[in-house]
Design a binder for this molecule. Structure first.
Ligand code: GLN
Length: 306
């Protein structure tokens, strides 16, 4: 079992850089389509002890659906278990923006990480905070210990202009009485959360609280209880990669969350957070080299939870 994590990261970057290129960047909005597909970064942090990085660790990218884990944490913090009356905790086995399951399940999304579930979570945030967008940004900065984290307004506006499927999910939720705020307001918050930008370094740091039983190492504040933190890790393990969640658990063996900006964050509970960024995506919308790198990481370090 290797513990020279810096060297492990360098070996991985070197090896995956030699693989045949596969996958494409997300094309659904111009701001994402123009991203250079062959950028790469990996960063690992043992909060308060060590950090190691390789590649473009300070280049920022759109975290997209990784934001769903942060908004879920915010709602769990304030509401605890009652969220689960509106959203399930079962893996979906379907695409992240799938509509048909929502119809079959009468407007109760299967989990908080498919788009329908994240839209309900955004709706909860709007009900909980007068300025949910501002509060989310403040939290993202606190989690990473970095005041420069921001929304990318070009990405947010691009999403808002084109996300017809998300609008239809929100209207469908509304028709089933599972959306309290105005569809337009919920979608705006959802699009802004997806536009949060972070680097591999700040993304790994943002999930340090998941290595410390819910305490944010940079501010010392208890954000989640140990039990809530454990449950967030469970949802990340079972639902973090949509219809590839089973394969990620099988290959990597860690809770994690992906986004179509090409980022993935993974957590070794109680110990370490690791972020990878590589914009080429597979057919499930998950980073090809991100998964490849994390599989190699847990193989070399034996840090998988199983
Ligand atoms: N903004 C994207 C969407 O809602 C996020 C999807 C993702 O990262 N999987 O379609």
């Amino acid at each position: 079992m290797r513990t020279d994590y810096g060297e492990v990261l360098r070996e991985i970057a070197d090896a995956v850089g030699k693989l045949e290129k596969s996958g494409e960047v997300a094309h659904y909005i111009p701001a994402l389509a123009k991203v250079d597909p062959d950028q790469y970064a990996m960063f690992a942090e043992i909060p308060g002890k060590e950090c190691h990085g390789v590649g473009a660790v300070d280049t920022v990218f759109s975290i997209q659906s990784i934001s769903k884990a942060i908004t879920l944490a915010m709602v769990i913090e304030k509401k605890g278990e009652s969220l689960w009356e509106r959203v399930g905790v079962e893996p979906s086995g379907n695409a992240f923006n799938s509509l048909f399951q929502l119809e079959r399940e009468m407007g109760k999304p299967r989990n908080p990480f498919i788009n329908a579930g994240a839209i309900v979570v955004a709706d909860e945030l709007l009900s909980l905070y007068d300025d949910a967008k501002g509060h989310l940004l403040q939290l993202a900065r606190e989690l990473a210990g970095d005041e420069t984290i921001d929304y990318d307004v070009e990405v947010a506006k691009g999403e808002m202009a084109t996300c017809h499927t998300n609008y239809s999910l929100a209207h469908f939720l509304k028709s089933h009485g599972n959306l309290r705020n105005r569809v337009e307001d919920v979608i705006e918050l959802y699009c802004y959360q997806c536009s949060l930008t972070m680097s591999a370094r700040t993304l790994a740091r943002s999930f340090s609280f998941q290595c410390s039983d819910g305490v944010i190492p940079y501010s010392g504040r208890r954000f989640l209880t140990a039990s809530q933190s454990k449950r967030l890790n469970s949802v990340m393990l079972t639902c973090g990669f949509y219809d590839q969640a089973g394969a990620f658990a099988y290959q990597v063996g860690l809770p994690g969350k992906s986004g179509v900006g090409g980022g993935i964050v993974a957590v070794v509970p109680g110990f370490m957070s690791v972020a990878v960024w590589s914009p080429r995506l597979n057919k499930y919308g998950n980073s090809v080299l991100g998964i490849e790198s994390l599989e190699r990481f847990t193989t070399k370090t034996n840090l998988a939870i199983f």
